[in-house]
Write a new protein. Structure first.
Length: 63
């Protein structure tokens, strides 16, 4: 399993449009690193972000 994800892989994983992933990365809302002209994402960071949002939703009575 690859621990570094591309924009396309993150978009598929989160079920988002690729342009949305670019925007969220630029805004600092998705943890990412820009290497040259390409964005890269840590699978562990993305999974932690998902877990964080799940915890918030559960705390608010969501889900």
């Amino acid at each position: 399993m690859n621990n570094v994800l591309s924009v396309r892989e993150v978009a598929r994983y989160l079920k988002l449009n690729e342009q949305t992933v670019y925007r969220l990365a630029r805004e600092g809302k998705l943890p990412a690193s820009k290497i040259g002209k390409q964005w890269r994402f840590s699978r562990r960071d993305i999974e932690a972000l998902i877990q964080k949002h799940r915890s918030k939703g559960a705390a608010k009575g969501g889900e």
